[in-house]
Design a protein around this ligand. Structure first.
Ligand code: 1YM
Length: 683
């Protein structure tokens, strides 16, 4: 029998249990010398490490964009990205994120566990390397895989460590539990140590964001984490993602796993719309690519799409799980393919006659909800907000994949194909009719395009940067606003009654609507697809409606109109909502205004008023005289306004269809739960 190999493979990490075996003196000396050498190497690496992490602490914005709430949440995405990468590599099925008491975060996965043995280049354990060397994310282990998730900043776990008060990592691997702790922005308290045994594998990371870095806010928002992880679950089919809030009084949990991936995502976006037919068209494929380093990798692309009975297009694209708001080459490839294939099919089946013009991209995407998702080993993000995919080769990848597979779908499903083309032909006809209607308006006299609406009381300044347009509900409030305003910078456009619900109307009717026409001319930038934000006449467009149900309905109608036809106004933060007071208290000849119930209570307390002391409740703007309206709602030095933002276009999309579409149920639900919409507003 062969003698058992007695040589113990020295673990690359220190054992915390004491080694009691006796050694010969000479052996001990040799070990000591080696340990000293290792210590010296360790110290040398550590100095470099700390310099790197110090740079992150000096300029956190360079690495995570901002140290406001978005940056705070970014720390979570970085750690989650590593777990998702492990899942995409095929080794991990479940990821769990927990907000703990004290707003620390724990992220765990059941993957292989971060490598624990020493990395030759750094002399540090794999775990310590990943958590202390900037951009160590890449492979230092053998072969396989690349980092695909998280492209926007994609800075890696070491940045999270640098910006944490403390950070703990536990790795379950090869039967052992290994632990390392970092404090004060990434200083390893000790080296990675074995602290126990286990039978599973995985990585568990807990960190506390450093309050001296995140001075504005260190409180996590469960909904932000939940919504983002739900999106990640849609974009990476089959991965189970758990989210918990363990903070006192905030207990919550959610579990996501979508076997259908982006197909289910499209269905969920279309949930409250009427699909043209049940099927979701799905295309998928991969394309080999050689990286600069010579490594062979793949671009992986998938697209899911479903038509509904509405008129707007909802195309959302992603690269490496990052929402590419500004589009890019993947969207261009998709656009080329879908336009080409549908035109070819429509001509081939003679549904589109030889003498008729080609269908446009806006025709073929009317009422289309689509998700485009690309995983790229080396994404180039461009554009103003770095959310535009720039890799040129992706255009062809998408064009080919969507081209062949959409074509096959149409061939194999002639009945559905006919439904699609009929819908698109209707869109094309409506487009032509709308163009005629616009030309008609133009022909009737250029006057109409250049003359401002008679109802508009314009301001005297012509500098858009200082000009404000108040869109006011009702003629009487409009009158007060006209009298009370600052004539130099504030213009008033009163609206009579409700404006048209653009969600339900076709383009032709929308252009014919007088109230909408007035707004378009007053604002001056035209409308989608020709909307030009550089031509707008006001940099603040303020919606001023009553604080009642009708008022909020009008507000939503206006926001829907801006969202559909002048979206850059919302994206670039030009739309505001006026905040008229709800109550007035008069006391010793002085007037006090309250904008909320809480504020009313505070004022009463402050003035020491007895219970039953009278106060006025404003039911509408019309109840205020011009000077009151100016003082409380329009004076730039005293007013309060909400700025409308579009952080999450997909969620906004859902809100608008829920509120404005044909289904009554979601609207009812919304009215019960109005706070949800206000979430889309920045205070
Ligand atoms: C809770 C966060 O970081 N999981 C995780 C990370 C890694 C691995 C497994 C992993 C990757 C590889 C090999 C490989 C990382 N490893 C590295 C590096 N969860 C979390 N799970 N073995 C394990 O990619 O080859 C970086 S991340 F660089 F060490 F390989």
């Amino acid at each position: 029998m062969e003698e058992e190999n007695k040589e113990v493979v020295t673990p690359q990490v220190e054992e915390s249990t004491e080694n009691t075996a006796a050694h010969e003196a000479s052996e001990m000396n040799r070990e000591e010398v080696e340990l000293e050498k290792a210590d010296a190497e360790y110290t040398a690496t550590n100095i470099q490490v700390l310099e790197g992490l110090e740079a992150v602490r000096k300029r956190p914005g360079m690495y995570i964009g901002t140290t406001s709430s978005a940056g705070l949440h970014h720390l979570v995405w970085e750690i989650v990205d590593n777990a998702i990468d492990e899942a995409l590599a095929g080794y991990c099925t479940e990821v769990t994120v927990t907000i703990n008491e004290g707003d620390t975060i724990t992220v765990s996965d059941n993957g292989r566990g971060i490598p624990i043995d020493t990395v030759a280049k750094t002399g540090l354990s794999g775990v310590e390397t990943v958590y202390t060397i900037l951009h160590a994310g890449g492979k230092f282990g053998e072969g396989g895989g690349y980092k695909v998730s998280g492209g926007l900043h994609g800075v890696g776990a070491s940045v999270v460590n640098a910006l944490s008060e403390w950070l703990d990592v536990y790795v379950h691997k090869d039967g052992g539990i290994y632990y390392i702790r970092f404090e004060n922005g990434g200083h390893a308290v000790d080296r990675l140590k074995k602290v126990g045994t286990c039978t599973d594998t995985g990585t568990i990371v807990t960190f506390k964001p450093d309050p001296t870095i995140f001075v504005e806010n260190t409180v996590y928002d469960y909904e932000i984490i939940r919504d983002r992880l739900k999106q990640v679950a849609y974009l990476n089919r089959g991965i189970k993602i758990n989210v918990y809030d363990k903070r006192e009084g905030k207990a919550a949990e959610n579990h996501f796993c979508f076997e259908g991936g982006i197909k289910e995502y499209v269905e969920s976006i279309n949930k409250n719309k009427e699909p043209l037919f049940e099927e979701v068209i799905y295309c998928e494929g991969k394309e080999p690519i050689t990286l600069a380093s010579g490594t062979e990798a793949h671009i992986y692309a998938e697209v899911a799409m479903q038509y509904n009975d509405e008129y707007s297009a909802n195309i959302f694209s992603f690269c490496n799980n990052v929402h590419t708001h500004e589009g890019g080459t993947h969207e261009e490839g998709f656009r080329m393919a879908i336009t080409r294939v549908i035109n070819a099919y429509a001509r081939q089946t003679k549904m589109l006659k030889d003498n008729e013009d080609n269908l446009t991209y806006s025709d073929v995407t009317e009422g289309l909800t689509a998700i485009i998702s690309v995983k790229h080993p080396n994404p180039q993000f461009e554009g103003q907000t770095k959310t535009k995919l720039g890799n040129f080769e992706v255009r062809k990848t998408l064009s080919q994949i969507v081209g062949t597979q959409l074509d096959r779908f149409l061939m194999e499903n002639p009945k559905l194909a006919k439904q699609i083309v009929e819908k698109i032909l209707m869109a094309a006809n409506a487009r032509l009719a709308a163009r005629k209607a616009r030309e008609e308006v133009r022909r009737k006299g250029t006057l109409e395009l250049t003359t401002l609406p008679g109802k508009l009381a314009d301001c005297s300044s012509k500098n858009p940067e200082v000009c404000e347009l108040y869109i006011v509900e009702g003629n009487s409030a409009g009158g007060s606003a006209k009298e009370g305003r600052n004539r130099e910078t504030q213009a008033i456009l009163p609206l009579r009654g409700k404006i048209l619900n653009v969600e339900k109307a076709q383009a032709k009717r929308i252009f014919a609507n007088a109230e909408i026409g007035n707004m378009i001319t007053a604002i001056g930038g035209g409308i989608d697809p020709e909307f030009d934000v550089s031509k707008i006449r006001y940099h603040k467009i303020v919606i001023m409606t009553d604080a009642d149900v009708d008022g909020s309905h009008i507000r939503i109608l206006l926001l829907t109109f801006f969202y559909r036809f002048m979206r850059p106004l919302i994206e670039q933060g030009y739309i505001y909502i006026a905040q008229p007071p709800l109550y007035k208290v008069e006391y010793h000849g002085k007037q006090y205004y309250a904008y909320s119930d809480d504020q009313l209570e505070t004022i009463k307390k402050h003035l020491n008023l007895k219970a039953g002391y009278p106060f006025q409740r404003y039911k509408g703007l019309g109840e205020m005289d011009p000077s009151q309206l100016w003082e409380t709602t329009m004076d730039p030095d005293r007013r309060k306004m909400l700025r409308v933002s579009l952080d999450d276009a997909i969620q906004a999309e859902q809100v608008f269809t829920d509120l404005m579409g044909d289904n009554v149920e979601p609207r009812k639900e919304f009215i019960h739960n109005n706070a949800k919409f206000v979430k889309n507003l920045d205070i």
